[in-house]
Write a protein that binds this ligand. Structure first.
Ligand code: DGY
Length: 324
């Protein structure tokens, strides 16, 4: 039996699958485990099943010890894991791609609609009891049909976002290191461009890239200035991809029209300036938050553990270039 430390509450089916064959140390709570508790429980673990709220770094890997074989993250994003540190110690890090693709794209698309059609703002009018009346020019937004969506990071989630946008009559431009094959590019009406062209031609810029050194503050004061004043930015990837202070300035100065954000630079804190911007739609990191998807994510993480401990390769190992 191997010692499996689960660092937070996860769907029961995944816990049961692990408990059936291994010795489980389960932090069965929804609040984030304290660092002290995490370091203490990790000692002697063969497996760590982590959430995106746990930083997996040299300190934690040292605390776990040399027997640690796998860190199974219950998230597609893996910026909480020092992947080179795991690689250097021969520890396999895994994430949960594909199972959350559609749900996360739904969230990004929802944010795009909410921001461009001012649905969040409209709801606040009703809830606050502010007087209102139907009017020809009242609270007009931007229609999506015929507009250009710029997708930064054309992995699984970026492509799922593109499929939705094509159904809404949008054109797609994208940036990524790789190029879509011709058939997929045609089906998605998608054209690869450089970042400057994407920023200057898109009516909505949607972020679907992993957070890495190269993508931290990818959207900053300079890039926001390159966008159309009528354009929107949507972020369902990771908060630090956007320089939040620069975004607040751009939203307040009218450098761009609006933003839809599911993620924040210093979660759970939100830049106070964003709260003052009626043209920002703000969600508390709900990207993959459905019962079905969270269950599938946890079960995939458990399967990665079970496979690796039984001598097979893990299903979804992270590499330093894994896309979302
Ligand atoms: C992920 O899996 O990376 C998501 O952000 C979780 O919702």
């Amino acid at each position: 039996m191997s010692k499996v430390v689960i660092t937070n509450r996860i769907p029961e089916s995944a816990v049961a699958a692990l408990r059936a064959v291994h010795d489980i140390d389960y932090y069965d709570a929804e609040e984030t485990i304290s660092r002290e508790e995490l370091l203490r429980r990790a000692a002697g673990a063969d497996v760590l099943v982590t959430l995106l709220t746990e930083k997996v770094d040299d300190e934690l890997l040292d605390a776990a010890g040399e027997q640690l074989k796998i860190v199974a993250n219950v998230a597609v994003g893996y910026n909480n894991i020092d992947v080179p540190a795991c690689d250097a110690r021969g520890i396999v890090a895994t994430n949960t791609p594909k199972v959350l693709t559609e749900t996360t794209a739904d969230t990004a698309f929802g944010l795009m609609l909410m921001a461009t059609r001012r649905f969040g703002e409209g709801e606040r009018v009703i809830r606050s009891g502010t007087p209102w009346q139907w009017g020809m020019f009242y609270m007009l937004g931007m229609g999506l049909q015929g507009k250009t969506l710029g997708i930064v990071g054309m992995g699984q989630i970026g492509q799922a976002m593109a499929r939705r946008a094509v159904a809404f009559g949008m054109d797609i431009v994208y940036t990524d290191e790789f190029e879509l094959d011709a058939a997929t590019a045609e089906a998605l009406h998608a054209r690869k461009v450089d970042m400057d062209e994407l920023l200057s031609t898109s009516d909505v810029v949607s972020l679907h890239c992993p957070l890495m050194d190269s993508t931290k503050h990818l959207i900053n004061a300079e890039s926001l200035k390159k966008m159309k004043k009528t354009a929107y930015v949507v972020n369902s990837a990771r908060g630090p991809v956007i320089d939040e202070a620069a975004l607040v300035d751009a939203l307040k100065n009218g450098d761009i029209a609006g933003a839809g954000l599911d993620v924040f630079e210093n979660e759970p804190a939100v830049h106070p300036g964003l709260l003052e911007c009626d043209n920002a739609v703000l969600l508390p990191h709900l990207g993959s938050a459905t019962v079905e998807t969270r269950t599938a994510m946890a079960e995939l993480a458990a399967q990665n553990v079970l496979d690796l401990l039984s001598g097979q390769p893990a299903l979804t190992p992270v590499t330093q270039k894994t896309s979302l």
